[in-house]
Design a protein around this ligand. Structure first.
Ligand code: BGC
Length: 499
């Protein structure tokens, strides 16, 4: 898949928008390199980086404990911590008995997905599904709310027109939709919620502070599309619902893609900020919005520089340290510093290397898969994406940088997961560590980056020890969030149902 350079580069299913850059902050330049500075200079940058990004057990422990504490503080009172701990209003998870035709719309990155599913109850489960993906033009990511929602509603309308005979709508009903909206939303009910802020490079005007379901409903009306939103869910919540439909031991869901977030099953009586909250099951799902976590993270000058020049400085620090939108950019900043330090990458600094987000996470991931002696693939990626002519030694150094950043990201993500599990175990003794517990994972970063995945697992094992970590199953739940949203639309159908 290729995209215009000014829009988004993508390898596999990892897509990263670049609209978040303040264009004025960067001026292309060709700087002459200080010559004769000596190999030590690059070594010094690398050693300092490795030292500052190190995540030994005490650092992981501190991050896991802080995550658990921040979760508690966020549950105690609104604004009590970086973690918003948003009530999802999903109290009843799908049981498997759901029947009928349901739609899902998934908006969370540079693409949106539409899906329809025919559910056949406990015996037949998922009878048929159909899905389509539409990429969102770059200009719409920084346009107006109406333009964005009109574009989405028109894609949904076109998809709905193509419904074939396999899909059967019960008589007298409107089509119902589960709307996965993967940005921080303050839910006001299962089918309404106010956008708090955009993340992941979106800077659409006029949506923050508004009910996103109302925005979609108005746009669907303009398209003449008769469909109603029965459930508004975050992608983590959709993933949890989708994964739990097949496996009742799923208690946590984590997205590691362009952005990152986690949700989990919480007891309603453990949410002091919402004392009246009750549900039949005694539990509900909490969307942590952990991307905003920031306590005790090992950060460097490169992280601080990237944050300062982002469209949301000081926000989403955990996301900026561990998620797919940012890892490649951190590497680029380190390599640029190395190029400025000495002439290992040639005598002038290529313009591409000075261009923010020219090197992306899919590139650093692809470089780390190169096992050839001369690191040929690393060489071509460096040349094509960053304009760097490199020898084998330079390539090895770049690989060390990639590994350092991926390792820190994966291990910190693992520590975050353990923080959530610790908090749950503390409040529901034996419910987590006393039995098999599944953490459902989704997102292109987790799916496509093997080194990152194994660093994450290592950190979980180190923190929990071999016996406990055996019971914690970290499982990829591919595209669970779309079907999860459709299932939640079914479970929260506006029509009387007998399931
Ligand atoms: C958003 C979350 C979302 C996550 C993963 C973050 O930027 O704030 O709501 O779940 O990305 O898509």
């Amino acid at each position: 898949m290729s995209m215009p350079a000014a829009s988004a580069a993508a390898i596999g299913s990892l897509c990263f928008p670049i609209s978040r850059i303040r264009p004025s902050s960067f001026r292309p330049r060709m700087t002459a390199i200080r010559s004769g500075a000596g190999v030590d200079t690059i070594n010094h940058v690398l050693t300092k980086l490795q030292k500052e990004c190190a995540t030994p057990l005490p650092v992981l422990r501190h991050v896991a404990d802080s995550m658990a504490n921040d979760m508690r503080a966020g549950l105690a009172v609104d604004g009590g911590s970086d973690l918003k701990m948003i009530l999802s209003y999903v109290d009843a998870l799908p049981t498997g008995n759901e029947k009928g035709l349901f739609y899902a719309l998934d908006l969370g990155g540079t693409n949106f997905r539409v899906l329809r599913v025919q559910l056949g109850g406990m015996d037949q489960r998922v009878i048929a599904t159909e899905a389509e993906q539409v990429s969102i033009p770059q200009e719409l990511m920084s346009g107006t709310s109406e333009e964005l929602f009109d574009f989405i509603a028109s894609g949904l309308a076109k998809f709905a027109e193509k419904e074939s005979g396999e899909f059967q709508l019960s008589q007298g009903r409107n089509r119902e939709l589960g709307f996965t909206f993967s940005f921080p939303v303050k839910q006001t009910s299962i089918d309404s919620g106010i956008l708090i802020k955009w993340t992941k490079g979106f800077a659409v005007s006029g949506t923050a502070g508004k009910d996103v379901v109302a925005c979609l409903n108005e746009a669907m009306k303009r398209q003449g599309l008769a469909m109603q939103v029965s459930a508004l869910v975050n992608d983590t919540v959709g993933t949890l619902a989708g994964a739990k439909y097949w496996d009742n031991d799923v208690m946590v869901a984590v997205i590691l893609g362009t952005g990152t977030n986690a949700c989990y099953v919480e007891r309603t009586d453990a949410i002091p900020k919402s004392p009246g909250k009750k549900s039949q099951s005694g539990t509900t799902i909490i969307n942590t919005e952990w991307g905003a976590f920031s306590t005790g993270l090992p950060l460097t000058e490169f992280d601080r520089g990237m944050d300062a020049e982002s469209i949301n400085p000081g926000e989403q620090i955990f996301e900026k340290t561990i998620s797919g939108m940012y890892l490649g950019e951190i590497v680029r900043r380190v390599v640029l510093k190395m190029a400025e330090a000495e002439s290992l990458f040639g005598n002038s600094i290529p313009e591409k290397l000075q261009t923010p987000f020219s090197l992306r996470t899919p590139h650093i991931c692809a470089m780390q898969q190169d096992t050839s002696n001369d690191l040929d693939a690393v060489g071509s990626i460096l040349f094509n994406e960053a304009g760097i002519e490199s020898n084998v030694r330079a390539r090895q150094i770049v690989l060390e940088v990639c590994d350092t950043i991926a390792k820190r990201g994966g291990r910190l993500a693992g520590a975050g997961i353990v923080g959530i599990l610790q908090k749950m175990e503390h409040d529901m003794k034996g419910v987590i560590f006393g039995k098999r517990t599944v953490v459902a994972m989704d997102g292109g970063l987790y799916e496509n980056y093997p080194q990152y995945r194994s660093y994450l697992q290592d950190a979980v094992t180190e923190l929990l020890g071999p016996a406990l970590s055996e019971k914690i199953v970290i499982e990829h739940s591919k595209d669970g969030s779309g079907i999860g949203a459709a299932l939640l639309a079914a479970a929260n159908s506006k029509y009387k149902h007998d399931f």
